[in-house]
Structure formats: structure tokens, C-alpha cells
Design a protein around this ligand. Sequence first.
Ligand code: AMP
Length: 149
Amino acid sequence: MNIYQHILLAVDLSAASKQVAVKAKQLAEMNQAKLTIVHVAELMPMVDVNYDAMQSLDYDVEINQILLSNAEKNLAAFISEAKLNPQQQFLEQGDPRDEIIRIAEENQVDLIVIGSHGRHGLALLLGSTANSVLHHAKCDVLAVRLSDE
Ligand code: AMP
């Protein structure tokens, strides 16, 4: 019996992401479910802090373009190395906590697969993104327990 129809794999592209991908891939195969992958690039707002009213700087547009194109390459390499064959892939920018939830809702996802922690949460039992997604998702969430190899 297939329990899930559409699985969303969220990866921060840290070394541990592979462990999360393996589980999501297996679950998608077992359920004959659609597999979607999302990576959220966190961009750096560049501001001039020398004045009372912080002024944003023009060159942040260029730097963010470089960050995005880097993220695009890294995501493609990850998909290929993990031998994933996602039906859909999203490269978003912003806060991963909000973007993962938004993509899940807009695409009728019924299971989100994330890592128990990633780049932000090594010191915590459950990282901040994982925690937030567990609290705000309207669908099931699987937090894959990651070993810190
Ligand atoms: P964290 O709670 O930030 O330590 O990360 C926990 C998990 O949330 C990671 O293993 C990923 O599955 C997911 N995650 C964190 N950051 C991102 C990101 N930028 N893009 C996509 N997924 C993410």
C-alpha cells in the first residue's frame, strides 16, 4: 500500500545531506511517490553600516547572483552524486524554514524529509530548520537522525 504520493527532500548540501537523500529516495521508491528536492540558498544582504540609516549596496545583487549560480552547480552535483532522479527541483532563496514550508504547501507534498540537523544545528539535538519545519508543516515530516561522521 502506498502511503505517500509526493515526497519533498530538503537538503542544505552539507556532508550529511547524503544520508537524508538515501532515506527520501527509498521512501519514494517504496511508495511509488513523486520526489521533489529543494535547496534554499541563504543570500547575504550587503549594507553600509557607517550611517544611522543603513544603506544597501548595489554590489550585493552581483554577489547574490554568484551565490545563486554556485548553489545551482552544487545542487546539480549533489543530485548526480546521490543518484537521485527527482521529478521536480527547486532552488530558492531566503529563509529555509519558510521556503521549505511554502514549497511543500504549493506542491501538495504529503511528506517532508529533512535531517535532524545540518549546518546550523550541530550543537543542538534538533536544529533550527528541522524544529521549525516540524512545528509548521501541515503534512508529515520525517527528521532523519544524522550521525556526525
Ligand atoms: P538545521 O535545523 O538548520 O540544522 O537543518 C536541519 C535540516 O533542515 C537539514 O538537514 C536539511 O534537511 C534542512 N535544511 C537546512 N537548511 C536548508 C537549506 N538551506 N535548504 C534546504 N534544506 C535545508
